[in-house]
Write a protein that binds this ligand. Sequence first.
Ligand code: 5AD
Ligand code: SF4
Length: 470
Amino acid sequence: MSEAAASPRKRLFIRSWGCQMNVYDSGRMADVLAPLGYGPAEGPDAADMVILNTCHIREKASEKLFSELGRLRALKREKEAAGGRMVLAVAGCVAQAEGAEITARAPWVDIVLGPQTYHRLPEMVARASRAAGAVIDTDFPAEAKFDRLPEASAAPQGVTAFLTVQEGCDKFCSFCVVPYTRGAEYSRPAAPVLAEARRLVAQGAREITLLGQNVNAYHGDAPGGGRTWGLGRLLRALAEIPGLERLRYTTSHPRDVDDELVAAHRDLPQLMPFLHLPVQSGSDRVLAAMNRGHTAADFLSVAERLRAARPDLALSSDFIVGHPGERAADFDATLALVREVGFALAYSFKYSPRPGTPAASAPNQVPEAEKDARLQALQALLRDQQEAFNRSLVGRTIPVLVTGTGRHHGQVAGRSPWLNPVHLSASDALIGEVVPVAVLAAHTNSLSGALAAGTATEPPSQRREEPAPA
Ligand code: 5AD
Ligand code: SF4
């Protein structure tokens, strides 16, 4: 650890909205600023620099940002009146999409940077302290960001860690801003990914979630050259790292589930039996309008292949209701798909037009009231399935990775193979261990249980009794 990181001279506060990729990016921004003497601040009041890491995926992103910027303007003025200084930066996808508008509407912002230029932050901070106006960097630079970011993480992520392996997307779904804000698909070479995973494990990580907007489109350079590696191959190599008990990856596209990935689910006990696989709609008409490149039947067949490979696999998904052109019969097809697949967890959203995307200018927008009604109906069904899945775990003994202390004294918190938060009474000496837990009760979003004497520390795929997916 550098001296600057050991005794920070300046304080940095980062607020992150949106996806896990943003949480990961915030960590990397802290990493690049640590050599400049920035250490973590508890909140914006104590900070010499504030970064707002924004998300543009759904509605109200810019309103949220501007109201936060209003509050920070007052704070910045107070600091300046007292002879101090606060550098204010806006990062992430709203910065990428609306950079010019941000500096026009909030001229007190010092730095606007897109997701591809975090490695240039130190230079931007230096320029901002010299320049009068804002420094804007929303390029898609030729030099890969990952090659320029420092290796060591200033702050260990803990028992569960994220690792970005892929960024960007070339799929251009009709409704989505990601291809515009995150740029073209890019995969990191396998060697630095493996090195970063080993470092995370050395720092205490027991579970790593590989991140990418289209993570299963991963095709990184193989270590030592040769053919590129797909995600299945990468997972196999990661599974060989001693001490790395659990692997996950998110977010996947149904079109990119290849045989190698299905085989990884079959063969790797470390690969958890839970997969987030957004389907968005169950209607072929709407899926075509969305430019998803697959039908409902394709999705069902992917789900079947995965479950054949790993019978205890549970699926989670994303849905959009009220995409332009969605009729009542299309929505019924979505409900039918949900009933047929059975999801352990799902996120559902009303379609929200994103400026610049094809669906935003489509003529056949669905009335708001109709979207509301469909969302309610879908969420009721999904909630029932989630509760049924959680109830199916009651009475079973499952392996739980203990991740931290619980809400009450003598309690710890952990997570099940299916990503359920689990609460139990146990010593915090167990943090970082996979322990057998008898599930006593299921709630909508979590489970409670008790330490069990038993065999659940053996790899989940070798347990005889598997919970049935909902
Ligand atoms: N409107 C509503 N939901 C959206 N999503 C992405 N773009 C939009 C939009 N314009 C949802 C999709 C995606 C998830 C991350 O957010 O379901 O899978
Ligand atoms: Fe957006 Fe995912 Fe479609 Fe890419 S595949 S455009 S990230 S919804």
